[in-house]
Design a protein around this ligand. Structure first.
Ligand code: SAH
Ligand code: SF4
Ligand code: F3S
Length: 469
């Protein structure tokens, strides 16, 4: 781990040259009136944020964007490696492009993101998917235009995997998907090496962005009408550790929070081992900071937490939670849980159940353990069959459903500030509370993108129903 300052490199100028060259080439290669790109993103918000940079670069090269691959000149899948299921979906969807490429050989098909940083995956793509022309990992995002240019002019397949974490790249254009809800990366990579997790291997070591650049970006977003801004990192609580004389996460949060405007500030993901009481106080005293804490605990069993290399125990986790509940009015808690870690017994699993009963989370992201090549857990003895783990998983869902229903029912009668987000089925609009709970309501579509006061009239499982006041 480096305690030294990361070298910041502004790549804007060099990559702009390549963007202009791509624009010239695509004038000739495009199939329709303008070059079109189809970008599909798998995985977490970090990948979504990376795709927004890719779209920024492509937009500057004159590309328009389409929702299906058929008419596209450039197709890119930004992939996720966190579980086997995510990888299988990518293989299936890439395979389906074979005929399209046969019909239109000039299309460039590219794969990027976390899966592509793994050697065994890159090899499979190389051998089994010869119609894929460009493959690059998360470390290569900063020179995406150069890679595309090389693929277009050389007519050869370009494969690149990287591992240089010494630099932090700035200056890439961003085309955000949302106009009022946006992601703002504050750091990259992860140093924690939880034994089940592939992320540190595919995203590299932790690097924090300079505070002033983050605050400036937040200020711009707020000025441009963003109402819901989420600060992103694999472990935001350790923000600043790689910066000499840097501020900590609570200080960063307070500085952004002091920007005037009508907006919510969120962040993810928090790691319990680095979650300070200062952070809880910062949320409690904040003006714009949402009353929501996503604090993954993964397992309620101390024995399993140790095997997972999580560096906290159940007692420490509950201390943070109880302090947060006491300090933050109307706090909404969410978490990630893994069921069936190697060696987990039904007794360990029952500890997870008892923890979710004790905390009463609003919602949970629950996963069955998936072995990842190269991680320590993949080499551990794993005697419990998947079918048994699935039964535990169903039990967990049933318990959580009951808790979520109770939590949501307790909100009926409240008046909540809600950000109206989009139109769902039957013209019903969907919004979210500060605690990130979905609210369905009947309201005019011109309220989309605005805050409204909503009376909660009903609750169905983890979804609230309400009406405009
Ligand atoms: N950095 C975040 C989460 C990153 S991955 C954190 O530490 O909380 C998101 C979630 O995927 C994790 O919290 C974990 O619950 C789950 N996950 C990661 N690796 C997994 C694996 N091998 N099998 C099943 N779930 C996994
Ligand atoms: Fe994975 Fe752990 Fe890092 Fe989260 S903190 S990304 S679970 S290694
Ligand atoms: Fe997946 Fe990479 Fe995120 S592995 S969960 S897209 S950091």
């Amino acid at each position: 781990m480096s305690s030294e300052k990361n070298l910041i490199e502004n790549v804007s100028e060099k990559q702009t040259e390549y963007i202009n060259l791509i624009a010239e080439i695509m004038e000739v290669r495009k199939r329709g009136e303008k070059p079109l790109a189809y970008i599909r993103t798998y995985g977490c918000q970090q990948n979504v944020a990376d795709s927004e940079k890719i779209k920024g670069m492509l937009a500057n090269a004159g590309f328009g964007f389409v929702d299906a691959p058929d008419d596209a000149d450039f197709i890119l899948f930004n992939t996720c490696a966190v579980r086997e299921h995510a990888e299988d979906r990518v293989f299936g969807n890439v395979g389906a492009l074979k005929n399209l490429k046969r019909r239109h050989p000039q299309i460039l098909i590219a794969l990027c993101g976390c899966m592509m940083e793994q050697e065994h995956i890159a090899n499979i793509i190389y051998k089994s998917f010869p119609f894929v022309g460009l493959v690059f990992g998360t470390h290569s995002l900063h020179h995406f235009p150069e890679l595309v240019y090389n693929s277009l002019v050389n007519g050869k397949r370009v494969f690149e995997r990287g591992n240089d974490d010494s630099k932090l790249y700035e200056g890439l254009p961003i085309k955000r998907d949302g106009t009022f809800k946006g992601w703002l990366p504050i750091m990259y990579g992860c140093n924690n090496f939880c034994t089940y997790c592939i992320v540190p291997y595919v995203r590299g070591r932790e690097r924090s962005r300079e505070k002033d650049l983050i605050v400036e970006e937040a200020r711009d977003m707020i000025k441009n009408g963003y109402k819901d801004i989420t600060l992103l990192g694999q472990n935001v609580n350790s923000y600043g550790k790689t910066i000499e004389n840097g501020v900590n996460f609570s200080q960063l949060l307070r500085e952004i929070d002091s920007i005037d405007g009508d907006y919510w500030l969120r962040f993810m993901t928090s790691h319990p081992k680095d979650c300070s009481m200062e952070l809880i106080d910062t949320i409690a005293n904040g003006t714009h900071i949402s009353r929501h804490l996503h604090l993954p605990f993964q397992s309620g069993s101390d024995r399993i937490l140790k095997l997972m290399n999580r560096h906290y125990d159940r007692k420490k986790y509950l201390e943070i939670i109880n302090y947060a509940k006491e300090k933050i009015d109307g706090l909404s808690l969410t978490s990630d849980i893994i069921v069936g870690f190697p060696g987990e017994t039904y007794d360990d699993f029952k500890e997870t159940l008892s923890l979710i009963r004790e905390v009463e989370f609003t919602s949970l992201f629950t996963f069955i353990y998936s072995p990842r090549v190269g991680t320590p857990a993949a080499k551990m003895d794993d005697p419990i069959p998947y079918s048994e783990k699935s039964k535990w998983f169903q039990e967990l869902l049933a318990v959580q459903e009951e808790i979520a229903a109770k939590r949501c029912a307790s909100m009926v009668g409240n008046v909540e500030k809600v950000l109206i987000e989009d139109e769902g089925k039957n013209g019903i609009l969907n919004g979210r509370t500060s605690g990130n709970i979905i609210v369905e309501l009947d309201a005019p579509t011109d309220t989309i993108g605005t805050f409204q006061n909503v009376k909660i009239t009903n609750a169905r499982n983890w979804i609230l129903k309400g009406e405009l006041i």
